[in-house]
Design a protein around this ligand. Sequence first.
Ligand code: NPW
Ligand code: K
Length: 478
Amino acid sequence: MRTAFVVETVRAAERELMARLPEGALMQRAAAGLAAACAEFLGQSRGKVYGSRVVLLVGSGDNGGDALYAGARLARRGAGVAAVLLAPERAHAGGLRALLAAGGRVSTAPERDIADARLILDGIVGIGGKGGLRPDAARLAALASDSRAFVVAVDLPSGVEADTGEVRGPAVRADATVTFGTYKPCLLVDPARELAGAVRLVDIGLELPAAADLEALQYADVAELLPVPGAESDKYRRGVVGIAAGSARYPGAAVLAVAGALRGGAGAVRYVGPAADAVIDRFPETLVHAGPPSKAGRVQAWVVGPGLGDDADRVRDVLAADVPVLIDADGLRLAARATVRARTAPTLLTPHAGEAAALLGADRAEVEASRLPAVRRLAESYGATVLLKGSTTLIAAPGRVVRVNPTGTSWLATAGSGDVLSGLAGSLLAAGLDTVDAASTAAFLHGLAGRLAAWGGPIGAQDVAEGVRGAWREATRA
Ligand SMILES: NC(=O)C1=CN([C@@H]2O[C@H](COP(=O)(O)OP(=O)(O)OC[C@H]3O[C@@H](n4cnc5c(N)ncnc54)[C@H](OP(=O)(O)O)[C@@H]3O)[C@@H](O)[C@H]2O)[C@@H](O)CC1
Ligand SMILES: [K+]
């Protein structure tokens, strides 16, 4: 599991460790890791450290100190290093001395130096940043982001909100971020994540609490969670998932949800609704039923909502079942909050930002800008697990660590792709995973399937569904 911690927790761990170490030792660990990564980045672009032009953007805190010490190490290896000091009289004194002693210099022509640089270190602010960047810092951030240089953010890209991943104003756009001790939420959650580029973690020996503030499944976690039928399994023991989706107007949503469900590990898929002919045509293995869901036969989990139109009765009927229920699309609009809260079996909601905004009474743009607070709020208000789809898919449940999905591709933003995801997650619920595991495992497979199917080009939802098997194989092979 990859984990991230908020600033308050990082600070506490730093204090605890600093008390046991000689003064400055922690910063030296950070700077050494940072310099090593920078040397590697310079080497990767078929260059070398010796003779490379490096510019340090230096704020008045320890983030600037890290940049100065790392710059000193690069200068000792022959790089031409110039430091742009935002507040010359308050720059980290030891770091500046080290840089000058190693042959580095203070820039007197920042614009020219930035234009000539091959590598830029953004040490404007780290976890001590407050509010949007001040105008002089914002100007440097823009110059660096627009430059031809490879930009390395120190700890995090200056200008982003460390704990939430919000970006409220100008910020550095980095090619890579070298972060210390632990990931910070901004390095995993958009829109900040996009500005961080490739993230490298440098171990500085921090001891962090067992419960993280944010976590992301890795291949090994997914492999462990995915259900594998044993010798004694039959279709019923593997779980039956019921799909209450589709309408005369939107039969395709039913077909796609079933397509996802068939690849999610349940032993059988039951379909209930008016699109049975379309479903059977495409997937003859589906068990279909025309009456209400409660009369369709036993299932271990329900999916309700994709392409449902205004069929509130079907939603009510499904919500009355005493099994886990996934609510998506039209179902989100039709499910009363009080009914969801009153359920004793678990509920999983899977809105995109627009649907989440409607449920929260907020603007879509606000949800997109503040995904982490939004998903937490929604989970609390419904007393349910919420999977918020989008550029960064997040999964929250009351009392649980928020999960962030590490896979995905922007090509997944295609019609019907959400229907496949809901079928897939519902199938994993029926196979016995809890709501948080089912949602995060489904998002992982779905993202990976999209990536495998896209291969850098456009895809349709059916391609995603067909890619799930390959994604499953890839996840369990690791
Ligand atoms: N602690 C440790 O053990 C270790 C810490 N490490 C490193 O220290 C970093 C944290 O350092 P930090 O606490 O000094 O804060 P930092 O991020 O440099 O920012 C504070 C400075 O920024 C300024 N500033 C604030 N907001 C601003 C804005 N919006 N726009 C512009 N300026 C703004 C603020 O100015 P002021 O308000 O004082 O005028 C102040 O001078 C951490 O991220 C990691 O890199 C590593 O070496 C590992 C060991
Ligand atoms: K920074």
